[in-house]
Write a protein that binds this ligand. Structure first.
Ligand SMILES: Nc1ncnc2c1ncn2[C@@H]1O[C@H](COP(=O)(O)OP(=O)(O)OP(=O)(O)O)[C@@H](O)[C@H]1O
Ligand SMILES: [Mg+2]
Length: 589
């Protein structure tokens, strides 16, 4: 029994746009809800499996910097030696140490960079794997209506940007802390005041400047990422909508929209770049300022006899040559903005809850029919229900035809039977048989059927068949990865596809263009059907399988369906009376 519902087209349109907006704002909200430090902390957590490499990179980087910083200090020692003053090192030792330090610097710096990039790209692989895992978990319900350009930008550009964090942020911070601590102790060994001055210089350039610039730039990084994603969406739309653009002479408007989005992105990128420049200028000004201060302080101490000439020369040389590690941090004020924004977007998708959790660990269920009992379902809170108190009995080995006006919820019903979404009220169940003394049947709630079993027992043909850029055979094989050529051909015969495929230049090995662009609507539909036949599940859910077909092809398919239904149950959604003739029972929604 099915209930008839009244709902206007406008209401439905509004409902869909609310849902899409909700999906987008959920992702933005997730990104915004996490603080910058929270995001950094979580991103850091991903490095755990590679901690040993990270420690090695820090050790190599620390010694590389120390080596380069002690070269001018050795030069200072040589001057002192030349002036006949006391130094801890003899001239001969200095001459030996200089090339050794240069070599050590080169080798260790190379090692540090190799290790950091190894870590970064291993992590990118891990992150990509997790992002794809998350998308699999979230699909299809949570990805329905999601901005695809935005997703593409997340999967590509955002993940890529994390390289900055993993290769150029974590170990440079550790290296800067260790190296500058050593330098403070070294400079402070001549006079404590000089050590404190050095510490102030490092804190100012490496901590205060990046923090202040990061504060000034606010959420600029997030905005750059957001506008980059917007532009990517717009370009995707331009490519997809090319036919319509030409047909309705809509090109000028699309160019305007694209230009506007490009301008927005450029403005934010320029502002961020200007801030990066300002950041470098401020950092360099402070470096110069502290160099002068060190000359003045050490000079004053020397003139007052508190330190010898070595206590003037060496601390000054040490400070002059030691800003490398903190300068690297100074630029993080803006570069990290972009990275944190990307990290937040990636983490938001990793942490997003799927619409339905996969069910595992339940007893195996055999399909012997299905039932909807008092099902009520809406796509979101506060939205009008698509199904209300809906009843349907799907008897085994029958073809059940479903008809109804556009938008009344036919495709929704199939998605609920696939458990892409969960019903809010009522129950959808699979009729299972079990043996308890005698053989009996019982209804098992679909929420208690293992997801993998459910996918095996159902073959679902959607209203529009998606194609992959591959051969026709492989496009059909996705329904059963180990299918033999004979099985594929058999499925194609049932879907009235075999003869047409044989006319193609490479038969089953012919490549279909991206998204199946080179195929007609009817050909695509029959490929969808061939997949459903090949999957060979006991329960077939077919959404408008014949809407694009001529009556000849329709007849072939209906005959095949009739044959199939002898051992299978078919739920057939169609607007066509001719298709409905094959049904054992017709339901009007
Ligand atoms: N993911 C979604 N989020 C929000 N609303 C949705 C979503 N999917 C479908 N809807 C809305 O739910 C209603 C039922 O959609 P459904 O696709 O089930 O209709 P249908 O009966 O299959 O229509 P048609 O015959 O045109 O294919 C429509 O108003 C549609 O706009
Ligand atoms: Mg539909």
């Amino acid at each position: 029994m099915a209930e008839k519902r009244e709902k206007s087209g406008a209401q439905r349109g509004a409902a869909r746009s609310v849902s899409n907006g909700a999906a987008r704002s959920a992702s933005n909200g997730a990104a915004r809800g996490v603080s910058k430090f929270g995001t950094l902390f979580k991103m850091l957590g991903l490095v755990k499996p590679l901690t040993a490499y990270m420690i090695l990179a820090v050790i190599a980087g620390t010694f590389a910097y120390l080596a380069v910083q002690f070269i001018p200090i050795l030069g200072g020692c040589a001057i002192l030696d030349g002036l006949g003053l006391d130094t801890a090192l003899a001239m001969k030792t200095i001459w030996i140490l200089l090339p050794v330090l240069a070599l050590v610097r080169a080798v260790l710096r190379f090692a540090e960079q190799r290790l950091n990039h190894y870590i970064a790209f291993r992590l990118l692989a891990i992150v990509r794997d997790r992002v794809f895992g998350a998308l699999r978990r979230l699909s299809p319900a949570k990805l329905e209506g999601r901005d695809k350009g935005n997703l593409v930008s997340l999967i590509t550009a955002d993940v890529e940007l994390l390289e900055v964090f993993y290769a150029h942020t974590i170990s440079p911070i550790c290296i800067a802390v260790i190296v500058e601590a050593v330098m403070c102790v070294y400079i402070g060994s001549y006079h404590a005041a000089l050590g404190i001055l050095a510490l102030a210089a490092y804190l100012c350039v490496g901590v205060a400047v990046p923090l202040i610039v990061s504060g000034v730039s606010g959420d600029m990084g997030e905005k750059v990422r957001h506008h980059a994603a917007e532009l990517s969406s717009c370009m995707l739309e331009n490519i997809r909508g090319l036919d319509e653009t030409i047909q309705y002479d809509y090109g000028r408007k699309r160019i305007e929209v694209t230009r506007e989005k490009t301008k927005n992105l450029l403005w934010y990128q320029n502002t961020l770049n200007r801030l990066t420049g300002l950041n470098a200028a401020i950092a360099n000004t402070f470096i110069l300022f502290f160099d002068v201060m060190m000359v003045a302080a050490a000079g004053w101490l020397y003139l007052n006899g508190r330190v010898g000439f070595d206590g003037f020369l060496l601390p000054v040389l040490a400070l002059l040559s030691s800003f490398g590690p903190v300068s690297a941090l100074a630029s993080l004020g803006t570069s990290l903005q972009n990275t944190v924004a990307s990290g937040a977007r990636v983490l938001a998708i990793l942490e997003e809850e799927p619409q339905t959790e996969d069910v595992t660990g339940q007893p195996v269920v055999e399909f012997h029919g299905a039932e909807c009992k008092k099902v009520t379902f809406a796509y979101g809170e506060g939205m009008a229900p698509v199904l209300q108190n809906f009843f349907l009995s799907i008897n085994e080995n029958k073809i059940i035809g479903i008809m109804g006006e556009s938008g009344c919820g036919k495709s929704t019903l199939l998605k609920l039977l696939m458990r892409f979404w969960e019903v809010q009220k009522g129950k959808i169940g699979i009729v299972n048989t079990y043996v308890a003394g005698a053989r009996s049947t019982a209804m098992v709630d679909i929420n208690e059927v293992n997801t993998a079993d459910l996918r095996d027992m159902e073959s679902y043909m959607t209203q529009d068949t998606q194609m992959f850029k591959d051969t026709i055979a492989n496009n059909i094989r996705i329904a059963k990865l180990d299918a033999t050529q004979e099985e594929i051909e058999e499925a194609c015969r049932k879907a009235s596809l075999h003869d047409w495929i044989l006319t193609l230049p490479n038969g089953y090995e012919t490549n279909v263009g991206e998204l199946g662009d080179t195929l007609s609507g009817g050909e695509r539909q029959r490929i969808g059907l061939a997949r459903a036949f090949l999957h060979d599940a006991p329960f077939m859910l077919l959404d408008e399988p014949t809407s694009n077909l001529d009556s000849l092809n329709e007849a072939v398919i209906l005959r095949a369906l009739r044959e199939e239904a002898k051992g299978k149950t078919v739920l057939l959604v169609s607007h066509r009376k001719s298709t409905m003739r094959v049904a054992d029972m017709e339901i009007s929604m």
